[in-house]
Design a protein around this ligand. Structure first.
Ligand SMILES: C[S@@+](CC[C@H](N)C(=O)[O-])C[C@H]1O[C@@H](n2cnc3c(N)ncnc32)[C@H](O)[C@@H]1O
Length: 222
């Protein structure tokens, strides 16, 4: 997609997101991009594994890097290994038009840019306890490690825009790449998605969503 397909807009908490014209879909909730990321992926994601010394995370959709950024600045003691899959990396011009870094302190601003400048398809130590591997590949081509991750941040575009990302064959891959006791977390609470996650073997938990959304979903491999 070229830049004319994308429009930067401001969400209700003052943080930006991107609207994709071709998909008629936003990268984040218009009720607050940062608020949503913190609620779904940090509070109901990362924090559920904060007792571990090392946490391995797989993200579906690196996109603006917002989830990776918030995760990287959230912890100073736990070691995080963060693998993030992205088929359509955004260009730097667009990234620099987002206001995330400006809402944080100077060190955190540098961190945001470092995550974006990090080479693709290589594990890069961004800080002593945050290792990032951005993988430029489709979820349908990626060779998933088995029983490897503690958490999956499932942050694909919604089922209306990209139904193929929410299909049983994808959920089977997610299940097998998680460790026993690991879980997938997503903003989506659609009934069919929850039924399909259950069909694959997940224990599905519905939780209150971020502002503007009634529910969100955790799916545990037990
Ligand atoms: C909701 S957006 C990502 C949001 C991102 N986590 C963020 O905070 O900006 C979904 C992402 O999935 C990516 N994507 C779409 N199809 C994909 C595919 N087949 N494989 C991997 N990534 C894909 C899109 O390019 C987009 O960046």
């Amino acid at each position: 997609m070229n830049n004319s397909s994308y429009q930067i807009i401001e969400t209700s908490d003052g943080s930006s997101t991107i609207f994709v014209n071709d998909l008629d879909e936003h990268y984040h909730s218009t009720h607050g991009a940062i608020q949503e990321a913190k609620h779904v992926f940090l509070k109901n994601g990362l924090e559920r594994k904060s007792h571990l010394n090392e946490i391995s995370i797989f993200e579906v959709g690196f996109g603006t890097g917002l989830n990776a950024f918030l995760t990287s600045i959230s912890s100073s003691t736990t070691t995080i290994k963060y693998d993030s899959l992205e088929l359509f990396p955004l260009n730097m011009e667009l990234i620099e038009s987002l206001n995330y870094a400006s809402l944080f302190n100077i060190d955190e601003q540098k961190m945001f840019l470092e995550l974006h400048k990090a080479e693709w398809d290589n594990s890069i130590l961004i800080t002593p306890n945050f290792q990032l591997k951005k993988i430029n590949q489709s979820i349908f081509d990626h060779n998933f490690l088995i029983n490897h991750y503690d958490i999956i941040y499932f942050d694909a575009f919604g089922p209306r825009a990209q139904p193929e990302m929410w299909a049983i064959n994808v959920f089977e891959k997610m299940y097998s790449t998680l460790k026993n006791g690991g879980f997938l977390v997503t903003y989506c609470a659609k009934g069919q998605v929850k039924r399909d996650l259950k069909a694959v073997g997940f224990d599905v938990v519905s939780l209150p969503g971020p502002p503007g959304k009634r529910e969100m979903t955790q799916a545990w491999k037990v």
